[in-house]
Design a binder for this molecule. Structure first.
Ligand code: WTA
Length: 681
């Protein structure tokens, strides 16, 4: 367990129980962080009235949500439309939750059709901006709720015409185009589930996920724009389909007009199908616990896991947290922008499903933050008058590096709330965000959560919570978060331990698709009766939570989750590689980078060309985000006498640290000297 940033105050910090592979924690440096930022004066008014206007209000509401969860969530759920009312709020048999039992609803109805019924059909739901910038500026599409209703209905009929039925899983592998949101909502409309695969993943990553989900239909684009180039999505799908005999239909949206091959009868053209489709397609009433989507994420084994989210609880929780965390209020001239990709949970919950029920326009941007120039995000904020802005620390650090002048060219005075997610934010980046982007007047909501949790778990509330740079502060409504040891004993403030959630919450994962054992083992075996998040954390003397990082073999690279074993499997799949060990290393922009130690088949030439070849190979096996930042060749890996790779030693080497770790258990102590001697090569 290691800290990537110096987030801690001086003082004794132990991590009883939070040890991985029997490794000691290694807290690199310790920093006093006692700056406290109260919500700015008038914050509540600028937000059109805060849902949670003070700490007192937070504490009262939170206490009630914990003491009477059924009362609390029953009331929240009744703000939504149910075709059949639920009869019971929660049925909890640890680790299995059923929320809003007996209720039937449809999330697309609550996101879209309901707004039209309520007279808001002409309000803007999605503001989309393409990446390319022509003379007349970028392409912008504004979709109203009525547009979304029509388009999701037509696409729902397209899916039906392809034989998609309730409960089927449709795979979506598209760029950030408005149609990706339409596709997700269309699936939910007809009661099908979706599995969105991030467009940066490779063909073989598609194969694993489509096979696991047993999808018969894939939705894709010819290509997607990224920093002025075309990512060939359809080619990747074609390559994947060679190993996917079960795929019956591939529907391709034309976006970049790059050359693609259409394979009849499997391949269909998106626009042709949509123009032939009827505009009538009712929302299917779905059981509250019906599968809404699978989203694959990395864990500590090589195989990505399909996290299961269901309809009612996810709908209620994501909309409620989006509202509270960003204080989303319709009719207050708010425009909300989350810069994530819909291929990740942040895009699912806080671009699409959590925002639309709150009736605040949500911005979707297609491309890179630095195209055509490093001010693209701020240009978008200014032109669309963005009021709530949500991004990741890795992006903030990149902007810091690119320089303040790109920000200063733009009027960001409309911004009211800033959010961050995906990895711990270092105090330097937090302060820069606060000053340079927020003009010292925007509260920062540092939201801690996971693919598995569906929505925000620990987060400030903008008009209530005093913030401290680097801390995600306090639990959201209904969330009983704690720091415990392996026995489930709560640890005193200041002591690091396992971050757990002790009570069920509506949007919690319902399982790992097709792998009950792994579900039980990963989340519920470590501490009896509690959800173990896989993060180490501590609370400070205010009770604020500080996330210290993963305690398993997961790395957050640029806020994206990758398993070290996935990267190792990809490396050993290369002909020249005999063995590989992958660890995280500090990275100025990405937070964590990937370091790989590789032993080669004898006779292989160790040169730069091979380093590049292996990087390319990992890119092909998983996707560009998984390419190692550093590859070091070694004739052997440091192992204990029982054959376990000593990753902590490799981490020290990757970080360029002098290791003061005990190496007496090493089988061959000379390896370390060699590895270190090798350092510059
Ligand atoms: C990390 C992303 C510190 C954490 C929503 C978690 C964070 C993993 C924060 C989940 C934060 C996410 N501060 N760490 N505000 N938010 N993390 O599933 O390690 O892609 O377990 O979900 O990201 O990543 P995932």
């Amino acid at each position: 367990m290691r800290l990537r940033y110096s987030l801690l105050k001086p003082g004794p910090i132990g991590m009883p129980g939070a040890q991985m592979n029997n490794e000691e924690i290694n807290i690199e440096s310790v920093l006093a962080e006692d700056r406290v930022f109260e919500p700015p004066p008038g914050c509540s008014e600028t937000l059109g009235g805060a849902f949670i206007p003070s700490m007192e209000a937070y504490e009262t509401a939170w206490r009630r949500s914990i003491e009477d969860p059924e009362g609390y969530w029953g009331e929240v759920a009744n703000e939504f439309e149910w075709s059949t009312p639920f009869t019971e709020v929660l049925d909890w048999k640890c680790p299995d939750a059923r929320w809003f039992v007996g209720g039937r609803t449809n999330i697309t109805d609550n996101c879209v059709d309901r707004q039209v019924r309520d007279g808001h059909g002409d309000d803007v739901a999605i503001i989309w901006e393409g990446e390319p910038v022509e003379d007349g500026g970028p392409e912008i599409i504004k979709l109203t709720y009525r547009d979304l209703q029509r388009e999701t209905a037509r696409f729902g009929n397209v899916l039906k015409s392809l034989g998609v039925e309730k409960g089927d899983v449709v795979t979506i592998y598209m760029g950030m185009v408005p149609e990706v949101a339409i596709a997700m909502l269309a699936c939910a409309r007809i009661g099908a589930a979706h599995s969105v695969i991030f467009g940066g993943f490779s063909a073989s990553a598609i194969v694993d996920r489509v096979n696991d989900a047993d999808s018969k239909v894939i939705l894709t684009c010819d290509g997607s724009w990224r920093r002025g180039s075309v990512v060939p999505l359809k080619d990747n799908v074609d390559e994947a389909c060679r190993d996917l005999p079960g795929v019956q239909s591939v529907v391709t949206l034309r976006r970049c007009n790059n050359e693609i091959t259409m394979h009849a009868p499997r391949d269909r053209d998106w626009h042709e199908m949509v123009s032939a489709a009827d505009e009538e397609c009712p929302c299917e009433p779905m059981d509250s616990e019906a599968l809404l989507f699978l989203l694959y994420t990395s864990g500590s084994t090589g195989k990505p896991k399909g996290i299961v989210h269901t309809t009612g609880g996810y709908m209620v929780y994501t909309a409620h947290t989006a509202r509270n965390t960003f204080n989303l209020r319709p009719d207050e001239e708010q425009v909300y922008w989350c810069t994530a990709d819909v291929g990740w949970i942040t895009g699912h919950s806080y671009i699409v499903y959590g925002c639309l029920p709150n009736r605040v326009p949500t911005v979707m941007y297609e491309g890179a933050p630095n195209f055509p120039a490093e001010d693209r995000f701020w240009d978008i904020c200014e032109r669309h008058a963005v009021t709530q802005f949500y991004t990741a620390p890795t992006a903030i650090r990149a902007f810091m590096k690119w320089g303040d002048e790109h920000v200063q060219r733009h009027d960001l005075s409309r911004l009211k709330v800033l959010g961050t997610v995906g990895e711990p934010i270092n105090p330097e980046a937090w302060m820069w965000y606060h000053r340079t982007i927020g003009g010292e007047r925007c509260p920062i909501v540092d939201t801690w959560w996971q693919t598995e949790t569906g929505g925000h778990m620990i987060t400030p509330h903008p008009a209530a919570t005093p913030t401290v740079p680097g801390s995600c502060t306090l639990p959201a409504m209904g969330i009983d978060a704690a720091i415990v040891d392996e026995n489930g004993e709560e640890l005193p403030n200041g002591t690091g331990g396992l971050l757990v959630i002790r009570k069920p919450w509506p949007s919690m994962l319902r399982g790992i698709h097709g792998d009950r054992e792994r579900y039980l083992e990963t989340y519920w075996s470590r501490v009896e009766g509690m959800y173990t998040a896989g993060d180490g954390a501590r609370r400070d003397e205010r009770g604020y939570f500080w996330i210290m990082g993963r305690i398993d073999d997961v790395i957050n690279v640029s806020g994206h989750r990758l398993g070290t074993m996935e990267v190792e499997s990809a490396l050993v799949a290369h002909d020249t590689v005999v063995e590989a060990a992958v660890v995280d290393m500090p990275h100025e922009i990405k937070g964590s980078g990937i370091a790989a130690f590789v032993t080669l088949a004898s006779g292989t030439v160790e040169d730069d060309a091979l380093v590049e070849e292996l990087r390319r190979h990992v890119g092909q096996e998983i996707g560009a985000i998984a390419k190692p930042d550093m590859i070091r060749f070694t004739h052997a890996l440091p192992k204990t006498r029982s054959g376990k790779i000593m990753r902590r030693l490799l981490r020290d080497i990757a970080a360029g640290r002098d290791s003061n770790q005990d190496t007496t258990t090493l089988e061959d102590a000379s390896i370390m000297d060699k590895l270190r001697g090798n350092e510059e090569s």
